[in-house]
Design a protein around this ligand. Structure first.
Ligand code: EPU
Length: 419
């Protein structure tokens, strides 16, 4: 039910887009690695199952926000399609399996609802490290008769996934690897820090060039997952849209600089508090243009939430999506709530409306689901979001947190919608 002003505080846990890779990185060291601040989301369960099938013991204590992964000396090296199709991020076992086993068979994830999502940079980079990579029967088969060898790699684009695959492959390669034009997201810094604690030698963390001197083996560690900046940003937009007052805790506002700056331009008041930040909104937001770019640019994972904000703002905004070609698909759903949005290629023109009106809509991916939920919070009457399992993949306790902040949201099983 729309129309409530959200207020209160919310504590964010570790980032989905970091923890899945940290779980994969654990494969690089025999023994027990413990990750803390693990979010209680579906994707962590899928990754745990994948690691178990590779031979690991995985204990997930959701109440304690812990995952303990015990990695055996000998690992299986095949990631099956039934898991990879459920979670594209499964591809992140490719680098560590190749490094540990000299072989990795990982099902090709294919495209998904946000775009085609290539793997060419992962493959070209692994070849530079001496691996043979082929595509057979729907699987990417990577092999290396001997230890991988250091090499020079230039990425065409600062891809998050390719950077992670190549760093994980290079940390135990023979010799020095230099990777240029790497991604610089806080999640990349997080995995590099964990690998360094495990014994890896990585220079240039947080810059566009990583220099990695291979070591013979790594040790298991205890590592705290970096906080989820996208979840934090979603709550910040919720405050701005509902004329609310939300304090986001366990969050580093420096990781959200561009997005928070946009909220300031939209009229929000933002202040730093101990361990987080507070967003207060007094009046109708002003429309803000957004251009998605690799970090430190504006994150694509907050683009749908900002389209939702612009849909009720005063004025018009141009939103440009540079990362995923199909991320505007959700706009059709937003239009069902009365939003005035026109898309043309990778641009969306959003003309703010005074009021949206509740309607049934379908979430097609995690962030689309978040954007639609934010729109539902300010629409008149009732909005029903189908496909809410997409939201479960990235937001822990989404509905209870919304209700604690004063929203009126209920989760309904699909069958009972028709009784
Ligand atoms: N790309 C290629 N070739 C490659 C690799 C990437 O063409 O070899 C293209 C992709 O098709 C895409 C662009 O490069 O158009 C960016 O891809 P990138 O590799 O940077 O993204 P990713 O690793 O597939 C991660 C997050 C995404 C997030 C992006 C960008 C995970 C599991 N996923 O994806 O998160 O949007 O980085 O920041 O970490 C989400 O959480 O909702 C989500 C989609």
């Amino acid at each position: 039910m729309g129309g409530q002003r959200l207020h209160g505080s919310v504590r964010v846990t570790g980032a989905k887009n970091s923890v899945l890779k940290l779980m994969a990185a654990a494969l690089l060291a025999q023994g027990t690695t413990t990750l803390t601040e693990v979010p209680d989301i579906l994707d962590v369960e899928i990754m745990a199952e994948l690691l178990r099938r590779l031979g690991c013991e995985v204990e997930h204590d959701s109440a304690g926000r812990l995952v303990r992964i015990t990695v055996p000396e000998v690992l299986a090296h095949r990631a099956d399609y039934d898991l990879v199709r459920r979670m594209r991020a499964s591809i992140c076992v490719l680098g560590p399996l190749l490094a540990r086993c000299g072989a990795a068979d990982v099902a090709l994830p294919g495209g998904d609802n946000i775009g085609s999502r290539g793997l060419d940079m992962h493959i070209a980079g692994l070849r530079k490290l001496g691996a043979e990579v082929t595509n057979e029967h729907g699987y990417l088969i990577a092999t290396s008769d001997q230890r991988l060898t250091g090499g020079s790699i230039w990425l065409d684009f600062p891809s998050v996934g390719a950077t992670e695959t190549l760093v994980m492959a290079a940390v135990t390669a023979n010799g020095v690897t230099v990777i240029d034009n790497v991604a610089r997201e806080p999640e990349i810094v997080d995995i590099c820090q964990m690998l360094i604690d495990m014994g890896a030698l990585i220079d240039g963390v947080g810059t566009s060039t990583l220099t990695i001197e291979g070591v013979s083996h790594l040790e298991p560690v205890v590592h705290r997952t970096v906080s989820d900046r996208i979840v934090a940003g979603t709550w910040a937009v919720a405050a701005a849209m509902t004329l609310g007052d939300i304090t986001v805790l366990n969050s580093n506002p420096e990781h959200l600089q561009v997005a928070l700056d946009k909220l300031l331009s939209a009229g929000a008041q933002i202040s730093a508090v101990e361990d987080g930040f507070r967003v207060v909104m007094a009046g109708r937001p002003l429309a803000v243009d957004v251009v998605t770019l690799p970090y430190p640019g504006f994150p694509t994972d907050l683009q749908p939430q900002f389209i939702a904000l612009n849909s009720i703002a005063s004025g018009a905004a141009l939103v440009t999506e540079n990362l995923f070609e199909s991320r505007f698909r959700f706009v059709q759903e937003l239009v069902r709530l009365g939003a005035d949005v026109r898309t043309d290629g990778h641009h969306a023109l959003v003309r703010g409306r005074l009021q949206l009106s509740g309607a049934p809509v379908e979430a097609t991916d995690i962030r689309a689901g978040a954007g639609l939920a934010l729109a539902g919070l300010v629409a008149t009457g009732c909005t029903t979001i189908y496909g809410v399992s997409h939201i479960d993949r990235g937001y822990a306790e989404f509905i209870p947190v919304l209700n604690e902040l004063g929203a009126q949201v209920e989760r309904i099983e699909a069958e009972s919608l028709f009784t």
